[in-house]
Design a protein around this ligand. Structure first.
Ligand code: GLC
Length: 561
């Protein structure tokens, strides 16, 4: 059964206080909304363009909130909208307390938060604490003050190695390709660390001013009324003492399989414990969700201990191919890892950094829909990336001139294109179609900042609305059924049922005694249904399917029972 959070006033020990029971006289806790929340990621550049300049903005998002309420999600996560030179599409923040003029201003943010709340939607904003923009005032001042200035200690400045300081301070590689260090021109000559683009210098989290600043930024947005934070590169803030060499190249191939000196260091957890205390000072369960790429699910679980963050994306699941045995293994190990810390598993199939799952899983729309219904039946919370509810594919043929992903331009600078980011992230960031016709299919007045494929009008919200076979209506139904069925949503386990090879079958049980049976056929041929489905009521299927079977290829279905 779901374990609930222990007493949050407790300090950092791993022991959990018993959950108060009605008999103990304690007031019952309100349900924890984030344990089974479905959270929709809006990528502001590409969601809706309110002023017709080709770039999405806050006014556009505001005007489309009813779509999200109608879809049935619980919350909306907005990728960064802060003042930024856009060297990495806004993940290079110049001012954490200001909105970039291309997206609007603080009044627009305020209005957006209010409108969302009026519609029953929570708002989660993206916080980027690993690095700032090189245009951030702190970095600019550190540059001006020169070597030896205490202001340089807010970032990682170092003299170079070699007789003339001409070699980088260590051998770390940037996720976007090339060395993770850039040298300032002589006479300065120091190097600074950037795990991502050179325009994204890493903060030094050993410096107390950095810690103070981010606590203040958290409060700024909590006071604005946001319901939580998605924490960018949550695994990167603390670096191994002394910034030791890795000792070999090709380091980024180890991402997600090993602890690296710049990622997933134990010291990050102290930061999240401090942040949790701030979140808990505010009413209505404000949350933190970690973007943490870790070697395994147990390392991910450390970020969601009871006195740290609430959720952490399960990238191990995202990276699993459409294969029943591998899916079952990762589902089990994810649930097993989260159970001891009492946190929900947070499933995700698509986001702004990875190939859209319709394309990535290799089986077209049918497989994408089946993968979605499988994900939405698993215990815990789930994230949906804008446009996946329309079944959008990855745009794989963007012309080079249109591309903006900084990793694309750095692929030749020392990396071999296989490590770290592939640089092709623009393909999942194409503006989404709202209407059948019109310039940019209703995204905005004119062409969007990335070209949309011809034919996307047929994938638009307008084209799919009301069509029972459409992917939009499938998502709407899935979220509605998930809400109605006590057996779906929160929980920490599944009951596996016997099933033919290539088929996943499990039962979930609700506190009210109800049950839902889930069967996913990952094979390319129809399969007979497991015995438990006989006579059961079919609740929903990802494709055409009869209640008594067989279950077609690449199809997931939910039965009552
Ligand atoms: C995260 C973001 C990604 C960004 C990177 C650097 O991985 O999701 O889009 O490029 O951090 O901020």
């Amino acid at each position: 059964m779901t374990q609930h959070l222990a007493d949050r006033t407790r300090p950092t020990s791993e022991a959990r206080a018993p959950r108060p029971t009605p008999e103990s006289g304690a007031a019952p806790r309100p349900p924890e909304w984030w344990r089974d929340a479905v959270i929709y990621q809006v990528y502001p550049r590409s969601f809706a363009d309110g002023n017709g300049d080709g770039m999405g903005d806050l006014a556009g998002i505001r005007s489309r909130l009813p779509h999200l309420a109608r879809l049935g999600v619980d919350a909306v996560w907005l990728s960064p909208f802060y003042a930024s030179p856009q060297a990495d599409a806004g993940y290079d923040v110049a001012d954490y307390r200001a909105i970039d003029p291309m997206f609007g201003d603080l009044h627009d943010a305020d209005a957006l938060i209010r409108d969302a709340h009026d519609l029953g939607l929570r708002i989660i904003v993206d916080l980027v604490p690993n690095h700032s923009s090189d245009r951030h005032e702190w970095f600019q001042r550190a540059l001006r003050e020169g070597p030896g200035s205490p202001l340089r200690d807010r970032y990682h400045f170092r003299p170079g190695r070699g007789s003339g300081g001409e070699l980088p301070p260590n051998d770390w590689e940037s996720i976007f390709g090339g060395p993770a260090w850039t040298r300032l021109p002589e006479p300065d000559g120091e190097w600074y660390l950037h795990l991502f683009a050179p325009e994204q210098p890493d903060f030094n989290w050993e410096n107390p001013a950095v810690r103070d600043e981010f606590r203040s930024v958290l409060r700024f947005w909590l006071d604005m009324g946001v319901d939580g934070f998605r924490i960018d590169v949550a695994h990167g803030l603390v670096k191994a003492p002394g910034l030791p060499d890795m000792g070999h190249a090709g380091q980024l191939r180890l991402l997600g399989t090993q602890v690296l000196p710049f990622f997933d260091q134990d010291g990050v957890h102290e930061i999240y414990r401090a942040w949790r205390q701030i979140l808990d000072e505010y009413p209505n369960q404000r949350i933190g969700v970690a973007e943490a790429w870790t070697p395994n699910e147990s390392r991910t679980a450390l970020y969601v201990r009871p006195d740290e963050l609430h959720q952490a994306f399960n990238f191990h699941y995202l990276n699993t191919p459409w294969d029943a045995a591998e899916l079952r293994r990762v589902i089990d190990s994810s649930l097993d890892s989260m159970r001891p810390v009492g946190a929900p598993t947070t499933w995700v199939l698509s986001n702004h950094d990875v190939v859209r799952h319709r394309t990535r899983l290799g089986g077209g729309l049918a497989r994408a829909r089946a993968a979605t219904l499988l994900m939405l039946a698993l215990p815990g919370s789930a994230y949906v990336y804008q446009g996946e509810e329309l079944g959008l594919p990855e745009v794989t043929d963007l012309p080079d001139e249109a591309r903006q992903d900084p990793a694309f331009f750095r692929r030749g600078s020392g990396g071999d294109g296989q490590d770290g980011q592939d640089g092709l992230r623009d393909g999942c960031r194409v503006p989404i179609p709202w209407t059948r016709d019109g310039a940019s299919f209703g995204f905005g007045g004119g062409a969007g900042w990335l070209p949309q494929p011809a034919g996307w009008g047929e994938l638009s919200v307008q084209a799919q609305e009301g069509d029972p076979d459409s992917t939009l209506e499938l998502y709407r139904s899935a979220l509605a059924v998930r809400r109605e069925q006590a057996a779906l949503g929160a929980g920490d386990g599944v009951e596996w049922l016997e099933a033919p090879e290539g088929v996943l079958a499990f039962r979930r049980r609700g506190a009210d005694g109800s049950a839902v049976l889930v069967v996913a056929n990952t094979t390319e041929a129809p399969v007979e249904l497991p015995a438990g489905c006989a006579g059961a009521r079919l609740l929903l299927a990802s494709g055409p399917c009869r209640a008594d079977g067989p279950l077609p290829a690449d199809t997931t279905a939910w039965w009552q029972g």
